[in-house]
Design a protein around this ligand. Structure first.
Ligand code: SF4
Length: 364
């Protein structure tokens, strides 16, 4: 358990992110955690580089709506502070915690007494110098050896409440590292492509790497690392899980890519429907199709859909044509019908700006 979130075994895969505020700024940090929570984040990590940050942890851990993991580099004393503060877990980086190995016994005891799990978070950019020397660079073997060595130190003290990550910025190295790790141990694994880059590149790298691993059953928590606001990381993480069927799908828009047969502006139509339903937390599939080739079929398969043609749109609900409307009324009709279906499902409609947007699937 990380706080009240089960991790590992048959537990659902959870989405994590990390705050970008100065942790010592308690209000700003709690505000960002609230935004992340609203976006679907289930576990949040905060950086603890200073004494001021460590002193902020008790309030943040108490007031956060989701479990808080303290991220500790360099200073073992902050590990004890985080455990005392009631953090749901502590992440330590074996590569850069100086004199850490001498402290493992004490940390293991404090963590065990408090029931606080430890994440051993190996990162290619801060690999233990001994392993860097041995392997020449951060290879999958080096990352895994570093993690398992650190685990063995905790295990010597009977401590096994551990989660591991072996992050690398190259998805191929990262995938191989996690595969190797999954063969060599049975601990829950936290997946991450570290320093994955700006939003577009980082999204692709993370989706590719997580998709490969999660499809093999490897991975228990995920963090998408983007050079973008953390809410974006959470949206991407949630969409990856939804795409793999590992999290209940929310609103999904199936829209065609358009082609020379399109009799309507599909891009604008799909964007308007997406914007109109932004934040709708309903497991609803809405098809927006440009012509009659695949339109009626996709629209019939969806909960709700439109097949366009000749300046009109046939509106489908649960496979039945319920009406035909002029093109200018397609968007408002779809939105009205989506809200009616959500209401029938007894789902609260919360069209707030912070909620994750719907998924757009391009049908071919
Ligand atoms: S439904 Fe298919 S054939 Fe029709 S406009 Fe869209 S992409 Fe083209």
């Amino acid at each position: 358990m990380v706080g009240n979130v089960p991790v590992g075994g048959d537990a659902p895969v959870s989405v994590q992110s990390m705050t970008t505020t100065v942790t010592a700024d308690i209000n700003a940090t709690l505000q960002q955690i609230a935004e992340l929570t609203a976006s679907g984040c289930q576990i949040v990590r905060v950086a603890v580089p200073s004494q001021d940050d460590a002193e902020a942890l008790p309030i943040i851990a108490k007031k956060s709506q989701i479990p808080v993991i303290a991220d500790i580099h360099f200073q073992p004393k902050y590990v004890f502070a985080a455990i005392d503060a009631g953090c749901a877990a502590v992440r330590v980086n074996p590569g850069n915690i100086k004199k850490f190995d001498d402290k493992v016994g004490e940390i293991a005891k404090a963590a065990a007494d408090a029931g606080t799990p430890i994440r051993i978070g190996v990162n290619a950019g801060s690999l233990d110098p001994r392993l860097l020397q041995k392997y020449g660079k951060a290879t999958p073997e080096a990352l895994v050896e570093s993690a398992l060595w650190e685990c063995s130190l905790f295990e010597e003290h009977g401590f096994r409440d551990i989660k591991i990550s072996v992050k690398h910025n190259d998805p191929v190295v990262m995938i191989n590292a996690y595969r190797l790790l999954a063969q060599r141990c049975d601990y829950p694994l936290h997946l991450g492509v570290t320093e994955a880059g700006p939003a577009f590149q980082g999204t692709i790298k993370s989706a590719v790497a997580f998709g490969a691993l999660l499809a093999e059953g490897i991975g228990d928590t995920i963090r998408v690392s983007l050079s973008a606001p953390p809410v974006e990381e959470v949206k991407v993480g949630a969409q990856i899980l939804e795409s793999l069927g590992l999290r209940e799908r929310g609103l999904e828009i199936v829209s065609c890519p358009s082609c020379g047969r399109a009799q309507v502006d599909v891009y604008t139509l799909a964007e308007q429907v997406q914007a109109g339903l932004e934040g709708m937390k309903v497991p609803l599939r809405v098809a927006v199709m440009g012509c009659v080739v695949n339109g009626p079929g996709e629209a019939r398969e969806a909960d709700l859909g439109v097949a366009s043609g000749n300046g009109k749109g046939q509106i489908f609900v649960k496979g039945e044509v319920i009406k035909t409307v002029p093109e200018s009324q397609i968007v408002e009709t779809l939105i009205k019908e989506a809200m009616r279906i959500a209401d029938e499902m007894g789902v609260e409609i919360d069209l707030d700006d912070d909620a994750p947007g719907p998924q757009v699937t391009v049908a071919r």
